[in-house]
Design a protein. Structure first.
Length: 417
């Protein structure tokens, strides 16, 4: 077909060089040639092959009848027929040509949408859709060439949007990693008791997102991971609410027991720290800081148990101290005397008994015995930190807890039984 067109041009050119200008229908030839070129621009050889072939054949024939037969009128008629067929081919092809361009652009936009270009390449994606909308409008108004041009631009933008989206696919992996990290935290606790369904849904949707990432179905992947994130957040909240509530209840029980134990008298600092830790745990739970709340609750439990243990030790030591008698006067051991009638008496060992709630201790020299409140507290309570209890019971006598004088009789509070 193209060979015939070229042949026609050659024949025309040869004739043009040899014939008189006034015997050549130049205007008709040019008009037909331009119409054929126009038809070719919309792929008329594909969309309207019969009409396009006829247009070329008629133009060649127009040249031939003029050169061989010198029939000017017939040549003009053939040229006009060529023009008519070329325009017919153009009109028939243009609409199909523009329609295919729209279809091509639409396909590219769909591919870009599948990789979530709306999020990962928003500028190019919006431009592509806007151009496509304009192309449709031109098509409806039968401005097919303008429609084609806009469709072609839309297609190019969509292709670039897809490429940019794939370059940014790592963003989906980041989201997947975030959800997996959250699920790992949930797995550290008894989530099956508090949020089994939410955890199951989150895990399933995360798996779907990972599969979509591998197949580059990024839009589906983002939709899956967003659903997974909602379920993972819910699973985390429900699990941590349940676990933290249970842990706080345990901490409250331990601290309460510590307050009512003998340890409250001999481990005041630990008890205060336990209460503070418990209050911090409650505050953190209220603000949603569950893991920190659990940490403080565990600390409250540890300290509370320590107070209880110290109280138990001190009770044993007190019983032993109250029952023991001085068997070695040379060592000048301290002995408690239960006879309240000798309350004010001073014995060689340094003990008297005035009140059943106290032991009485005679302070000895620092040089020989290193007597101080902390040493006395350790002897009676097995806890040197309990010296404040002794100090508080003797404030009328002791003005400076670091300074006690040999010979003083000080009261040592007995532990509750």
């Amino acid at each position: 077909m193209k060979l015939k067109s070229i042949t026609g041009i050659i024949l025309f050119s040869a004739f043009f060089l040899t014939a008189c200008e006034d015997k050549i229908p130049i205007k008709e030839f040019s008009k037909a040639r331009e119409a054929i070129d126009l038809a070719q621009s919309v792929n008329a050889d594909e969309y309207s092959p019969e009409e396009f072939k006829e247009a070329n054949d008629q133009l060649i024939k127009a040249h031939e009848v003029l050169i061989k037969d010198d029939k000017l009128d017939d040549s003009v008629k053939n040229s006009e027929t060529s023009y008519a067929k070329a325009m017919e081919a153009y009109n028939k092809s243009a609409v199909l040509y523009a329609a295919d361009a729209l279809k091509k652009a639409d396909g590219a936009i769909s591919e870009a949408d599948a990789v979530y270009a709306e999020r990962l390449s928003p500028d190019l994606f919006v431009q592509s859709r806007d151009l496509y909308t304009s192309a449709n409008e031109k098509f409806e108004s039968k401005d097919y060439m303008a429609s084609y041009a806009l469709s072609d631009e839309s297609y190019k933008k969509a292709v670039k949007a897809k490429e940019e989206s794939l370059d940014n696919k790592y963003q989906l992996q980041v989201k997947i990693d975030e959800v997996n990290s959250l699920l790992s935290k949930v797995e550290q606790y008894d989530y099956e008791e508090y949020a089994a369904e939410q955890y199951k849904n989150a895990a399933a949707k995360t798996a779907e997102a990972e599969s979509s990432y591998k197949s580059e179905a990024l839009k589906d992947g983002f939709e899956s991971i967003e659903t997974a994130k909602i379920n993972a957040d819910e699973a985390y909240k429900l699990t941590m609410e349940g676990v933290t509530t249970a842990k706080l209840a345990e901490a409250e029980d331990v601290v309460s027991e510590a307050e009512n134990s003998n340890g409250a008298d001999v481990a005041e600092e630990d008890l205060a720290a336990a209460k503070e830790a418990l209050n911090n745990a409650k505050t953190l739970k209220s603000s949603g800081s569950y893991e920190e709340s659990i940490t403080y609750a565990n600390e409250a439990i540890r300290l509370g148990n320590s107070v209880i243990e110290e109280g138990d030790k001190a009770s044993i030591a007190s019983v032993k101290s109250g029952d023991d008698k001085d068997t070695d006067a040379a060592d000048d051991k301290d002995v408690a005397v239960d006879d309240t009638k000798t309350a004010k008496a001073k014995t060689k060992s340094g003990f008297v008994s005035e009140d059943e709630n106290f032991f009485y201790y005679k302070v000895r020299t620092w040089e020989k015995y290193e007597d101080c409140l902390s040493r006395i507290a350790n002897e009676y309570y097995k806890n040197a930190k309990a010296w404040k209890r002794i100090y508080n019971a003797n404030k009328d006598l002791i003005k400076n807890p670091d300074l006690i004088r040999p010979g003083w009789i000080i009261k040592v509070p007995k532990l509750k039984k």
